[in-house]
Ligand binder design. Structure first.
Ligand SMILES: Cc1ncc(C[n+]2csc(CCOP(=O)(O)OP(=O)(O)O)c2C)c(N)n1
Ligand SMILES: [Mg+2]
Length: 613
Protein backbone atom coordinates (compact mmCIF):
# COMPACT_ATOMS: atom_id res chain seq x y z
CA UNK A 1 0.00 0.00 0.00
CA UNK A 2 1.62 3.21 -1.14
CA UNK A 3 1.30 5.93 1.50
CA UNK A 4 3.45 8.66 2.97
CA UNK A 5 5.18 7.97 6.26
CA UNK A 6 2.69 10.24 8.05
CA UNK A 7 -0.30 8.60 6.37
CA UNK A 8 1.02 5.14 7.24
CA UNK A 9 1.74 6.14 10.82
CA UNK A 10 -1.80 7.38 11.40
CA UNK A 11 -3.34 4.40 9.69
CA UNK A 12 -1.29 2.16 11.95
CA UNK A 13 -2.20 4.08 15.13
CA UNK A 14 -5.91 3.90 14.37
CA UNK A 15 -5.63 0.10 14.41
CA UNK A 16 -3.86 -0.29 17.75
CA UNK A 17 -5.84 -1.50 20.76
CA UNK A 18 -5.04 -2.33 24.33
CA UNK A 19 -6.72 -5.10 26.26
CA UNK A 20 -6.94 -5.90 29.95
CA UNK A 21 -9.42 -8.10 31.79
CA UNK A 22 -11.05 -8.92 28.47
CA UNK A 23 -11.96 -5.30 27.67
CA UNK A 24 -10.45 -3.56 24.64
CA UNK A 25 -9.62 0.13 24.42
CA UNK A 26 -8.22 2.31 21.67
CA UNK A 27 -4.54 2.54 22.59
CA UNK A 28 -4.36 5.97 20.92
CA UNK A 29 -7.69 7.72 21.29
CA UNK A 30 -6.84 10.80 19.26
CA UNK A 31 -4.23 13.32 18.28
CA UNK A 32 -3.51 16.66 19.93
CA UNK A 33 -1.45 19.08 17.95
CA UNK A 34 -0.12 22.40 16.85
CA UNK A 35 1.04 22.72 13.25
CA UNK A 36 4.12 24.39 11.84
CA UNK A 37 6.33 23.76 8.85
CA UNK A 38 7.73 20.64 10.57
CA UNK A 39 4.45 18.71 10.60
CA UNK A 40 1.80 20.50 8.58
CA UNK A 41 2.65 18.84 5.27
CA UNK A 42 3.30 15.47 6.88
CA UNK A 43 1.08 14.57 9.84
CA UNK A 44 -1.17 17.56 9.12
CA UNK A 45 -1.81 16.46 5.56
CA UNK A 46 -2.39 12.88 6.65
CA UNK A 47 -4.91 13.97 9.30
CA UNK A 48 -6.73 16.13 6.77
CA UNK A 49 -6.90 13.22 4.34
CA UNK A 50 -8.37 10.96 7.06
CA UNK A 51 -11.03 13.55 7.86
CA UNK A 52 -9.93 13.75 11.46
CA UNK A 53 -13.12 15.12 13.03
CA UNK A 54 -14.17 13.96 16.47
CA UNK A 55 -16.42 11.31 14.91
CA UNK A 56 -13.44 9.62 13.23
CA UNK A 57 -11.18 6.94 14.65
CA UNK A 58 -8.32 9.36 15.28
CA UNK A 59 -9.90 12.72 16.13
CA UNK A 60 -7.71 15.81 16.03
CA UNK A 61 -7.70 18.46 18.76
CA UNK A 62 -6.01 21.80 18.30
CA UNK A 63 -4.22 22.76 21.54
CA UNK A 64 -2.66 26.11 22.46
CA UNK A 65 0.76 25.12 23.79
CA UNK A 66 2.77 21.94 23.16
CA UNK A 67 3.67 21.42 26.81
CA UNK A 68 0.02 21.75 27.71
CA UNK A 69 -1.07 19.26 25.08
CA UNK A 70 1.19 16.64 26.61
CA UNK A 71 -0.39 17.44 29.99
CA UNK A 72 -3.79 16.87 28.39
CA UNK A 73 -2.62 13.50 27.08
CA UNK A 74 -1.32 12.62 30.56
CA UNK A 75 -4.57 13.66 32.22
CA UNK A 76 -6.45 11.50 29.77
CA UNK A 77 -4.19 8.45 30.14
CA UNK A 78 -4.14 8.64 33.93
CA UNK A 79 -7.92 8.92 34.06
CA UNK A 80 -8.08 5.85 31.80
CA UNK A 81 -5.75 3.86 34.07
CA UNK A 82 -3.03 3.93 31.39
CA UNK A 83 -5.02 1.78 28.97
CA UNK A 84 -5.53 4.53 26.43
CA UNK A 85 -3.70 7.74 25.58
CA UNK A 86 -3.25 10.49 23.00
CA UNK A 87 -0.64 11.21 20.35
CA UNK A 88 0.82 14.73 20.30
CA UNK A 89 2.10 16.20 17.04
CA UNK A 90 4.36 19.26 16.95
CA UNK A 91 6.41 21.21 14.47
CA UNK A 92 10.19 21.22 14.72
CA UNK A 93 12.30 23.34 17.07
CA UNK A 94 10.31 25.27 19.68
CA UNK A 95 7.18 23.20 19.17
CA UNK A 96 9.18 20.06 19.83
CA UNK A 97 11.17 21.36 22.79
CA UNK A 98 8.02 22.75 24.36
CA UNK A 99 7.09 19.09 24.84
CA UNK A 100 10.18 18.27 26.92
CA UNK A 101 8.52 19.27 30.20
CA UNK A 102 5.38 17.34 29.36
CA UNK A 103 7.46 14.29 28.45
CA UNK A 104 9.33 14.46 31.75
CA UNK A 105 6.05 14.75 33.60
CA UNK A 106 4.66 11.70 31.82
CA UNK A 107 7.74 9.58 32.35
CA UNK A 108 8.16 10.52 36.00
CA UNK A 109 4.50 9.75 36.71
CA UNK A 110 4.76 6.51 34.66
CA UNK A 111 1.95 7.60 32.34
CA UNK A 112 1.92 6.67 28.62
CA UNK A 113 1.92 9.43 25.99
CA UNK A 114 2.95 9.22 22.34
CA UNK A 115 4.98 12.21 21.15
CA UNK A 116 5.46 12.90 17.45
CA UNK A 117 7.76 15.93 17.20
CA UNK A 118 8.72 17.08 13.74
CA UNK A 119 12.46 17.04 13.08
CA UNK A 120 14.93 18.63 10.65
CA UNK A 121 15.46 17.25 7.13
CA UNK A 122 16.90 13.74 7.08
CA UNK A 123 18.37 14.56 3.63
CA UNK A 124 19.86 17.81 4.95
CA UNK A 125 19.00 19.23 1.53
CA UNK A 126 18.29 22.73 2.79
CA UNK A 127 20.24 22.91 6.06
CA UNK A 128 20.00 24.83 8.25
CA UNK A 129 16.22 24.94 8.02
CA UNK A 130 14.20 27.39 10.02
CA UNK A 131 14.57 26.57 13.76
CA UNK A 132 17.40 24.06 13.23
CA UNK A 133 20.12 23.83 15.87
CA UNK A 134 23.53 23.48 14.22
CA UNK A 135 26.20 21.52 16.01
CA UNK A 136 29.55 21.91 14.20
CA UNK A 137 30.83 18.60 15.63
CA UNK A 138 27.72 16.39 15.52
CA UNK A 139 25.51 17.21 12.52
CA UNK A 140 23.05 14.49 13.50
CA UNK A 141 22.22 16.23 16.81
CA UNK A 142 18.88 18.04 16.78
CA UNK A 143 16.93 19.77 19.54
CA UNK A 144 14.75 16.67 19.71
CA UNK A 145 17.63 14.87 21.38
CA UNK A 146 16.52 16.80 24.48
CA UNK A 147 13.58 14.41 24.54
CA UNK A 148 15.80 11.32 24.92
CA UNK A 149 16.42 11.42 28.70
CA UNK A 150 12.77 12.15 29.41
CA UNK A 151 11.38 9.42 27.14
CA UNK A 152 11.08 5.71 27.86
CA UNK A 153 11.45 5.08 24.15
CA UNK A 154 12.97 7.39 21.54
CA UNK A 155 13.56 6.80 17.87
CA UNK A 156 14.17 9.04 14.87
CA UNK A 157 12.65 7.89 11.61
CA UNK A 158 15.26 8.79 9.01
CA UNK A 159 14.02 6.30 6.40
CA UNK A 160 10.40 5.22 5.84
CA UNK A 161 11.05 1.52 6.36
CA UNK A 162 12.38 2.19 9.87
CA UNK A 163 8.74 2.59 10.88
CA UNK A 164 8.26 -1.14 10.47
CA UNK A 165 10.58 -1.76 13.40
CA UNK A 166 9.93 1.41 15.37
CA UNK A 167 6.15 1.28 15.57
CA UNK A 168 5.73 -2.10 17.29
CA UNK A 169 8.61 -1.28 19.63
CA UNK A 170 7.00 2.03 20.56
CA UNK A 171 3.57 0.47 21.14
CA UNK A 172 5.07 -2.21 23.36
CA UNK A 173 6.50 0.41 25.71
CA UNK A 174 3.29 2.46 25.72
CA UNK A 175 1.30 -0.60 26.79
CA UNK A 176 3.81 -2.01 29.25
CA UNK A 177 2.83 -1.10 32.82
CA UNK A 178 6.40 -1.41 34.05
CA UNK A 179 8.13 0.51 31.28
CA UNK A 180 5.57 3.06 30.22
CA UNK A 181 6.08 6.82 30.02
CA UNK A 182 6.71 9.23 27.17
CA UNK A 183 7.27 7.39 23.88
CA UNK A 184 8.81 9.61 21.23
CA UNK A 185 9.05 9.14 17.49
CA UNK A 186 10.97 12.08 16.03
CA UNK A 187 9.81 12.59 12.46
CA UNK A 188 12.07 14.51 10.06
CA UNK A 189 9.81 16.76 8.05
CA UNK A 190 10.94 15.48 4.65
CA UNK A 191 10.51 11.85 5.69
CA UNK A 192 6.95 12.52 6.93
CA UNK A 193 5.95 13.40 3.38
CA UNK A 194 7.90 10.60 1.67
CA UNK A 195 5.97 7.71 0.09
CA UNK A 196 6.74 4.01 0.54
CA UNK A 197 5.16 0.69 -0.41
CA UNK A 198 3.97 -0.62 2.97
CA UNK A 199 3.07 -4.23 3.63
CA UNK A 200 -0.68 -4.60 4.30
CA UNK A 201 0.06 -6.46 7.55
CA UNK A 202 1.34 -3.26 9.11
CA UNK A 203 -2.23 -2.00 9.20
CA UNK A 204 -3.87 -5.10 10.61
CA UNK A 205 -5.84 -4.63 13.81
CA UNK A 206 -3.46 -5.27 16.65
CA UNK A 207 -4.20 -5.81 20.32
CA UNK A 208 -1.61 -5.11 23.01
CA UNK A 209 -2.42 -7.22 26.03
CA UNK A 210 -1.65 -5.18 29.12
CA UNK A 211 -0.08 -7.61 31.50
CA UNK A 212 -1.08 -8.40 35.03
CA UNK A 213 2.09 -10.22 36.08
CA UNK A 214 1.61 -12.66 38.95
CA UNK A 215 4.18 -12.99 41.72
CA UNK A 216 6.90 -15.57 41.48
CA UNK A 217 6.05 -18.44 43.95
CA UNK A 218 9.29 -18.21 45.93
CA UNK A 219 8.98 -14.43 46.31
CA UNK A 220 5.36 -14.86 47.32
CA UNK A 221 6.29 -17.38 50.00
CA UNK A 222 8.89 -14.97 51.40
CA UNK A 223 6.36 -12.15 51.39
CA UNK A 224 3.71 -14.21 53.18
CA UNK A 225 6.27 -15.22 55.80
CA UNK A 226 7.33 -11.60 56.33
CA UNK A 227 3.79 -10.32 56.74
CA UNK A 228 2.78 -13.16 59.05
CA UNK A 229 5.71 -12.35 61.34
CA UNK A 230 4.71 -8.70 61.63
CA UNK A 231 2.45 -7.26 64.30
CA UNK A 232 2.35 -3.62 63.26
CA UNK A 233 2.11 -3.54 59.45
CA UNK A 234 1.25 -0.44 57.45
CA UNK A 235 0.30 -0.43 53.78
CA UNK A 236 1.31 2.50 51.57
CA UNK A 237 -1.01 2.64 48.59
CA UNK A 238 0.50 4.35 45.54
CA UNK A 239 -0.66 5.10 42.02
CA UNK A 240 -0.06 1.48 41.05
CA UNK A 241 -3.13 0.47 43.07
CA UNK A 242 -5.27 2.84 41.02
CA UNK A 243 -3.83 1.92 37.62
CA UNK A 244 -4.26 -1.76 38.39
CA UNK A 245 -7.84 -1.10 39.58
CA UNK A 246 -6.93 -2.94 42.75
CA UNK A 247 -8.92 -0.71 45.10
CA UNK A 248 -11.56 -3.29 46.04
CA UNK A 249 -8.97 -6.01 46.53
CA UNK A 250 -6.97 -3.65 48.73
CA UNK A 251 -10.04 -2.66 50.76
CA UNK A 252 -10.89 -6.31 51.39
CA UNK A 253 -7.30 -7.27 52.17
CA UNK A 254 -6.90 -4.41 54.66
CA UNK A 255 -10.23 -5.10 56.37
CA UNK A 256 -9.67 -8.88 56.51
CA UNK A 257 -6.30 -8.50 58.21
CA UNK A 258 -6.72 -5.24 60.13
CA UNK A 259 -3.92 -3.47 58.25
CA UNK A 260 -4.01 0.35 58.20
CA UNK A 261 -3.57 1.95 54.75
CA UNK A 262 -1.82 5.28 54.11
CA UNK A 263 -1.94 6.88 50.68
CA UNK A 264 0.52 8.74 48.46
CA UNK A 265 -0.70 11.56 46.23
CA UNK A 266 -1.13 9.21 43.26
CA UNK A 267 -2.75 6.60 45.49
CA UNK A 268 -5.18 8.88 47.31
CA UNK A 269 -8.76 7.72 47.01
CA UNK A 270 -7.89 4.04 46.67
CA UNK A 271 -9.80 3.56 49.91
CA UNK A 272 -12.76 5.81 50.65
CA UNK A 273 -11.70 8.22 53.40
CA UNK A 274 -14.16 6.60 55.83
CA UNK A 275 -13.06 3.00 55.22
CA UNK A 276 -12.21 1.53 58.66
CA UNK A 277 -8.57 0.92 57.63
CA UNK A 278 -7.95 4.26 55.87
CA UNK A 279 -5.48 6.47 57.72
CA UNK A 280 -5.21 9.05 54.94
CA UNK A 281 -2.25 10.76 53.37
CA UNK A 282 1.26 9.66 54.32
CA UNK A 283 4.58 11.48 54.35
CA UNK A 284 5.53 15.15 54.39
CA UNK A 285 2.01 16.12 53.32
CA UNK A 286 0.52 13.31 55.40
CA UNK A 287 -1.91 13.11 58.28
CA UNK A 288 -0.77 12.88 61.89
CA UNK A 289 -2.44 9.47 61.95
CA UNK A 290 -0.55 7.90 59.05
CA UNK A 291 2.76 9.42 60.07
CA UNK A 292 2.44 8.38 63.68
CA UNK A 293 1.81 4.80 62.57
CA UNK A 294 4.67 4.93 60.07
CA UNK A 295 7.12 5.74 62.84
CA UNK A 296 6.09 2.66 64.85
CA UNK A 297 5.31 0.18 62.10
CA UNK A 298 7.39 -3.00 62.03
CA UNK A 299 6.56 -3.67 58.37
CA UNK A 300 5.82 -1.23 55.58
CA UNK A 301 4.00 -2.82 52.65
CA UNK A 302 4.40 -0.48 49.70
CA UNK A 303 1.92 -1.26 46.95
CA UNK A 304 2.52 0.49 43.64
CA UNK A 305 4.57 3.31 45.13
CA UNK A 306 7.82 4.93 43.99
CA UNK A 307 8.67 6.06 47.54
CA UNK A 308 9.37 9.69 46.69
CA UNK A 309 10.84 12.00 49.30
CA UNK A 310 7.35 13.32 50.06
CA UNK A 311 6.21 9.79 50.89
CA UNK A 312 9.21 8.87 53.04
CA UNK A 313 9.59 12.34 54.61
CA UNK A 314 13.00 12.34 52.95
CA UNK A 315 13.77 8.97 54.54
CA UNK A 316 13.01 10.04 58.09
CA UNK A 317 9.53 8.62 58.46
CA UNK A 318 10.00 4.96 59.22
CA UNK A 319 11.53 3.68 62.42
CA UNK A 320 12.64 0.07 62.49
CA UNK A 321 10.28 -1.15 59.79
CA UNK A 322 11.21 -3.75 57.20
CA UNK A 323 9.86 -3.17 53.69
CA UNK A 324 7.81 -5.38 51.43
CA UNK A 325 7.41 -3.77 48.02
CA UNK A 326 4.70 -4.86 45.63
CA UNK A 327 5.31 -3.27 42.27
CA UNK A 328 4.94 -4.15 38.61
CA UNK A 329 8.29 -2.44 38.02
CA UNK A 330 11.25 -4.35 39.47
CA UNK A 331 13.07 -1.03 39.76
CA UNK A 332 10.54 0.27 42.27
CA UNK A 333 10.08 -3.06 44.03
CA UNK A 334 13.76 -3.15 44.90
CA UNK A 335 13.78 0.17 46.74
CA UNK A 336 14.74 0.47 50.42
CA UNK A 337 16.30 -2.99 50.41
CA UNK A 338 12.80 -4.37 50.62
CA UNK A 339 11.54 -7.87 50.06
CA UNK A 340 10.29 -7.64 46.49
CA UNK A 341 7.08 -8.82 44.95
CA UNK A 342 7.27 -7.93 41.29
CA UNK A 343 3.67 -8.17 40.23
CA UNK A 344 0.51 -6.37 39.34
CA UNK A 345 -0.97 -4.83 42.50
CA UNK A 346 -4.31 -6.59 42.25
CA UNK A 347 -2.79 -9.99 41.47
CA UNK A 348 -0.25 -9.68 44.26
CA UNK A 349 -2.85 -8.75 46.89
CA UNK A 350 -5.06 -11.62 45.75
CA UNK A 351 -2.14 -14.03 45.95
CA UNK A 352 -1.01 -12.96 49.42
CA UNK A 353 -2.84 -15.69 51.30
CA UNK A 354 -2.33 -14.95 54.97
CA UNK A 355 -4.94 -17.33 56.32
CA UNK A 356 -6.41 -16.09 59.58
CA UNK A 357 -3.44 -13.84 60.35
CA UNK A 358 -4.27 -10.37 61.57
CA UNK A 359 -2.31 -7.38 62.71
CA UNK A 360 -2.12 -6.80 66.46
CA UNK A 361 -5.67 -5.68 67.37
CA UNK A 362 -4.20 -2.87 69.51
CA UNK A 363 -2.42 -1.57 66.40
CA UNK A 364 -5.57 -1.58 64.31
CA UNK A 365 -7.50 0.13 67.09
CA UNK A 366 -4.80 2.77 67.40
CA UNK A 367 -5.10 3.50 63.68
CA UNK A 368 -8.85 3.98 64.04
CA UNK A 369 -8.44 6.29 67.02
CA UNK A 370 -5.75 8.42 65.38
CA UNK A 371 -7.74 8.75 62.18
CA UNK A 372 -10.82 9.78 64.09
CA UNK A 373 -8.79 12.50 65.83
CA UNK A 374 -7.40 13.67 62.50
CA UNK A 375 -10.83 13.85 60.89
CA UNK A 376 -12.01 16.07 63.74
CA UNK A 377 -9.14 18.45 62.96
CA UNK A 378 -10.11 18.44 59.28
CA UNK A 379 -13.67 19.39 60.15
CA UNK A 380 -12.48 22.29 62.29
CA UNK A 381 -10.10 23.65 59.65
CA UNK A 382 -12.33 23.38 56.62
CA UNK A 383 -15.36 25.20 57.99
CA UNK A 384 -15.24 28.90 58.81
CA UNK A 385 -16.25 32.42 57.95
CA UNK A 386 -12.88 33.57 56.60
CA UNK A 387 -11.88 32.32 53.14
CA UNK A 388 -8.69 30.57 54.11
CA UNK A 389 -7.43 27.95 51.68
CA UNK A 390 -8.66 25.00 53.84
CA UNK A 391 -12.11 26.60 53.97
CA UNK A 392 -12.13 26.96 50.16
CA UNK A 393 -11.07 23.34 49.75
CA UNK A 394 -13.67 22.23 52.28
CA UNK A 395 -16.34 24.06 50.34
CA UNK A 396 -15.31 22.52 47.01
CA UNK A 397 -15.28 19.11 48.71
CA UNK A 398 -18.79 19.74 49.98
CA UNK A 399 -20.23 20.91 46.66
CA UNK A 400 -18.51 18.21 44.59
CA UNK A 401 -20.32 14.87 44.37
CA UNK A 402 -18.32 11.73 45.21
CA UNK A 403 -17.67 10.83 41.57
CA UNK A 404 -16.55 14.36 40.59
CA UNK A 405 -12.81 14.71 40.01
CA UNK A 406 -10.51 17.23 41.67
CA UNK A 407 -7.40 18.14 39.64
CA UNK A 408 -4.35 19.97 40.97
CA UNK A 409 -0.57 19.89 40.66
CA UNK A 410 1.61 22.57 42.23
CA UNK A 411 1.76 25.17 44.97
CA UNK A 412 0.35 24.93 48.46
CA UNK A 413 -2.87 23.19 47.43
CA UNK A 414 -1.47 19.68 46.79
CA UNK A 415 -0.31 19.44 50.40
CA UNK A 416 -3.58 20.76 51.79
CA UNK A 417 -5.59 18.53 49.48
CA UNK A 418 -3.55 15.48 50.39
CA UNK A 419 -4.26 16.03 54.07
CA UNK A 420 -7.78 17.45 53.97
CA UNK A 421 -9.65 16.19 50.91
CA UNK A 422 -12.21 13.49 51.61
CA UNK A 423 -12.21 11.22 48.60
CA UNK A 424 -14.90 8.58 48.28
CA UNK A 425 -14.17 7.31 44.78
CA UNK A 426 -10.85 5.92 43.57
CA UNK A 427 -10.87 8.03 40.39
CA UNK A 428 -11.95 11.27 42.03
CA UNK A 429 -8.57 12.58 43.17
CA UNK A 430 -6.14 13.60 40.44
CA UNK A 431 -3.18 15.52 41.83
CA UNK A 432 -0.08 15.41 39.65
CA UNK A 433 2.68 15.32 42.23
CA UNK A 434 5.39 13.33 40.50
CA UNK A 435 6.56 16.44 38.60
CA UNK A 436 4.35 18.91 40.49
CA UNK A 437 4.33 21.03 37.40
CA UNK A 438 2.83 24.50 37.54
CA UNK A 439 0.53 24.74 34.57
CA UNK A 440 -0.59 21.11 34.54
CA UNK A 441 -3.93 21.88 36.17
CA UNK A 442 -6.15 23.23 33.39
CA UNK A 443 -4.53 21.27 30.57
CA UNK A 444 -4.51 18.06 32.61
CA UNK A 445 -8.11 18.67 33.70
CA UNK A 446 -9.09 18.93 30.05
CA UNK A 447 -7.61 15.48 29.50
CA UNK A 448 -9.49 14.08 32.50
CA UNK A 449 -12.76 15.47 31.20
CA UNK A 450 -12.13 14.07 27.70
CA UNK A 451 -11.57 10.68 29.33
CA UNK A 452 -14.54 10.85 31.69
CA UNK A 453 -17.18 13.19 30.24
CA UNK A 454 -19.76 11.78 32.64
CA UNK A 455 -17.90 13.21 35.64
CA UNK A 456 -17.70 16.86 36.67
CA UNK A 457 -14.09 17.98 36.80
CA UNK A 458 -13.03 20.60 39.36
CA UNK A 459 -9.66 22.07 38.43
CA UNK A 460 -8.08 23.82 41.40
CA UNK A 461 -5.41 26.24 40.28
CA UNK A 462 -3.30 28.81 42.14
CA UNK A 463 -2.69 32.27 40.72
CA UNK A 464 0.94 31.39 39.98
CA UNK A 465 0.06 28.23 38.08
CA UNK A 466 -2.77 30.04 36.31
CA UNK A 467 -0.45 32.77 35.07
CA UNK A 468 2.00 30.18 33.85
CA UNK A 469 -0.45 28.23 31.71
CA UNK A 470 -4.13 29.13 31.47
CA UNK A 471 -4.51 29.14 27.72
CA UNK A 472 -6.08 25.68 27.44
CA UNK A 473 -9.30 27.27 28.69
CA UNK A 474 -9.61 28.34 25.05
CA UNK A 475 -9.18 24.71 23.97
CA UNK A 476 -11.86 23.57 26.44
CA UNK A 477 -14.18 26.27 25.08
CA UNK A 478 -13.39 25.26 21.48
CA UNK A 479 -14.27 21.63 22.22
CA UNK A 480 -17.35 22.39 24.31
CA UNK A 481 -15.65 20.41 27.06
CA UNK A 482 -16.84 21.64 30.41
CA UNK A 483 -14.48 22.29 33.29
CA UNK A 484 -15.07 23.98 36.61
CA UNK A 485 -11.89 25.93 37.29
CA UNK A 486 -11.50 27.21 40.84
CA UNK A 487 -8.88 29.93 40.62
CA UNK A 488 -7.40 30.51 44.07
CA UNK A 489 -5.64 33.86 44.20
CA UNK A 490 -3.30 34.59 47.11
CA UNK A 491 -1.16 37.04 45.16
CA UNK A 492 1.87 34.94 44.55
CA UNK A 493 3.62 31.79 45.67
CA UNK A 494 2.24 31.00 49.13
CA UNK A 495 3.96 27.62 49.09
CA UNK A 496 7.41 28.78 48.09
CA UNK A 497 7.00 31.89 50.24
CA UNK A 498 6.57 29.70 53.31
CA UNK A 499 9.41 27.43 52.24
CA UNK A 500 11.62 30.45 51.55
CA UNK A 501 11.03 31.75 55.03
CA UNK A 502 11.77 28.35 56.58
CA UNK A 503 15.14 28.10 54.80
CA UNK A 504 16.22 31.64 55.64
CA UNK A 505 15.59 33.14 52.19
CA UNK A 506 13.18 35.77 53.47
CA UNK A 507 10.33 35.20 50.96
CA UNK A 508 12.39 36.91 48.24
CA UNK A 509 10.50 37.02 44.96
CA UNK A 510 7.51 34.99 46.08
CA UNK A 511 4.78 37.67 46.19
CA UNK A 512 3.24 39.25 43.10
CA UNK A 513 4.08 42.88 43.84
CA UNK A 514 5.36 45.93 41.99
CA UNK A 515 9.00 46.92 42.33
CA UNK A 516 9.04 49.23 45.33
CA UNK A 517 10.83 52.51 45.93
CA UNK A 518 13.76 50.73 47.60
CA UNK A 519 14.32 48.53 44.55
CA UNK A 520 12.78 45.34 45.98
CA UNK A 521 9.63 43.54 44.83
CA UNK A 522 7.73 44.82 47.84
CA UNK A 523 5.56 47.57 46.32
CA UNK A 524 1.83 47.61 45.70
CA UNK A 525 -0.05 44.49 44.65
CA UNK A 526 0.09 43.89 40.91
CA UNK A 527 -2.90 45.32 39.07
CA UNK A 528 -3.59 41.98 37.44
CA UNK A 529 -7.18 40.80 37.04
CA UNK A 530 -7.12 37.04 36.54
CA UNK A 531 -10.90 36.76 36.49
CA UNK A 532 -11.04 39.17 33.56
CA UNK A 533 -8.28 37.16 31.93
CA UNK A 534 -10.31 33.96 32.25
CA UNK A 535 -13.38 35.67 30.78
CA UNK A 536 -11.26 36.86 27.85
CA UNK A 537 -10.42 33.24 27.05
CA UNK A 538 -14.09 32.42 26.68
CA UNK A 539 -14.97 30.98 30.09
CA UNK A 540 -17.94 31.98 32.18
CA UNK A 541 -16.59 33.64 35.32
CA UNK A 542 -18.10 33.97 38.78
CA UNK A 543 -16.32 35.96 41.46
CA UNK A 544 -16.81 34.79 45.03
CA UNK A 545 -15.97 36.93 48.05
CA UNK A 546 -17.24 35.02 51.05
CA UNK A 547 -18.13 31.48 52.10
CA UNK A 548 -21.78 31.77 51.11
CA UNK A 549 -21.08 33.38 47.73
CA UNK A 550 -18.43 30.72 47.14
CA UNK A 551 -20.94 27.97 47.81
CA UNK A 552 -23.41 29.57 45.40
CA UNK A 553 -20.70 30.11 42.78
CA UNK A 554 -19.47 26.52 42.98
CA UNK A 555 -22.98 25.15 42.76
CA UNK A 556 -23.76 27.34 39.74
CA UNK A 557 -20.47 26.40 38.10
CA UNK A 558 -21.17 22.74 38.68
CA UNK A 559 -24.55 23.08 37.00
CA UNK A 560 -23.31 25.27 34.14
CA UNK A 561 -23.08 23.84 30.64
CA UNK A 562 -19.81 25.49 29.64
CA UNK A 563 -16.40 25.92 31.21
CA UNK A 564 -16.77 28.16 34.24
CA UNK A 565 -14.11 29.79 36.35
CA UNK A 566 -14.84 30.52 40.00
CA UNK A 567 -12.45 33.24 41.08
CA UNK A 568 -11.73 33.47 44.79
CA UNK A 569 -9.17 35.43 46.77
CA UNK A 570 -8.03 33.65 49.90
CA UNK A 571 -6.85 35.14 53.18
CA UNK A 572 -3.94 33.79 55.19
CA UNK A 573 -5.05 31.53 58.01
CA UNK A 574 -4.30 28.32 59.80
CA UNK A 575 -3.43 25.36 57.64
CA UNK A 576 -3.18 21.70 58.53
CA UNK A 577 -0.20 20.81 60.70
CA UNK A 578 2.94 19.37 59.16
CA UNK A 579 3.88 16.16 60.91
CA UNK A 580 6.83 14.98 58.84
CA UNK A 581 9.95 16.57 57.45
CA UNK A 582 11.10 17.40 53.91
CA UNK A 583 14.79 17.69 53.07
CA UNK A 584 15.51 21.06 51.45
CA UNK A 585 19.17 21.91 52.12
CA UNK A 586 19.80 25.21 53.90
CA UNK A 587 22.85 27.49 53.45
CA UNK A 588 25.70 26.13 55.54
CA UNK A 589 27.12 29.60 56.18
CA UNK A 590 25.29 32.92 56.11
CA UNK A 591 25.42 36.46 57.47
CA UNK A 592 21.65 36.36 58.04
CA UNK A 593 20.61 35.23 61.52
CA UNK A 594 17.39 33.65 60.19
CA UNK A 595 19.41 31.52 57.75
CA UNK A 596 21.73 30.41 60.56
CA UNK A 597 18.73 29.46 62.69
CA UNK A 598 17.23 27.58 59.75
CA UNK A 599 20.54 25.74 59.26
CA UNK A 600 20.65 24.66 62.91
CA UNK A 601 17.11 23.27 62.63
CA UNK A 602 18.04 21.58 59.36
CA UNK A 603 21.05 19.83 60.85
CA UNK A 604 18.94 18.65 63.75
CA UNK A 605 16.27 17.19 61.45
CA UNK A 606 18.85 15.62 59.15
CA UNK A 607 20.03 13.35 61.98
CA UNK A 608 16.89 11.27 61.59
CA UNK A 609 17.63 10.50 57.95
CA UNK A 610 18.41 6.85 57.23
CA UNK A 611 19.68 5.11 54.11
CA UNK A 612 17.29 2.13 54.44
CA UNK A 613 20.03 -0.32 53.59
C1 LIG B 1 6.96 24.84 36.20
C2 LIG B 1 7.29 25.06 37.63
N1 LIG B 1 8.10 26.07 37.99
C3 LIG B 1 8.40 26.27 39.29
C4 LIG B 1 7.91 25.46 40.25
C5 LIG B 1 8.28 25.70 41.72
N2 LIG B 1 7.05 26.12 42.42
C6 LIG B 1 6.33 25.22 43.11
S1 LIG B 1 4.95 25.88 43.74
C7 LIG B 1 5.29 27.40 43.11
C8 LIG B 1 4.36 28.55 43.32
C9 LIG B 1 2.96 28.25 42.88
O1 LIG B 1 2.17 29.41 43.03
P1 LIG B 1 0.62 29.30 43.04
O2 LIG B 1 0.13 28.51 41.89
O3 LIG B 1 0.06 30.67 43.18
O4 LIG B 1 0.30 28.44 44.34
P2 LIG B 1 0.51 28.84 45.87
O5 LIG B 1 1.89 28.46 46.23
O6 LIG B 1 0.26 30.29 46.02
O7 LIG B 1 -0.47 27.99 46.59
C10 LIG B 1 6.52 27.38 42.44
C11 LIG B 1 7.12 28.57 41.81
C12 LIG B 1 7.09 24.38 39.83
N3 LIG B 1 6.59 23.49 40.68
N4 LIG B 1 6.76 24.22 38.52
MG1 LIG C 1 -0.65 31.68 44.75
Amino acid sequence: MRLTVAQALLRFLANQWSERDGVEHRLVAGCLGIFGHGNVAGIGQALAERGAGTDGDLPYYLARNEQAMVHTAVGYARARNRLSTFACTSSIGPGATNMVTGAALATINRIPVLLLPGDVFATRAADPVLQQLEDPRFPDVTVNDALRPVSRFFDRINRPEQLLAALPAAMRVLADPAETGAVTLALPQDVQAEAYDWPEELFARRVWHVARPVPEPAALARAVELVRRSRRPLIIAGGGVVYSEAWETLATFAADHGVPVGETQAGKGTLPYDHPCAVGAIGHTGTAAANDLARDADLVIGVGTRYTDFTTASRTLFGEAAFLNVNVAAFDAAKHSGETLVADAREALRALDLGSWSADPGWTARATRLTHDWQEKVSLLTIGEALTQPVVLGMVNEVARPSDVVVNAAGSMPGDLHKLWRASDPKSYHVEYGYSCMGYEIAGGLGVKLAAPEREVFVLVGDGSYLMMAQEIATAVQEGVKLVVVLVDNRGFASIGGLSESVGAGRLGTAYRMRGAGGALDGALLPVDLAANAASLGAGVIRADGPESLRVALTKAREAVGTTVVYVETVPGPGPETTAWWDVPVAEVSGLPEARRARAAYEQAKRDQRPYL
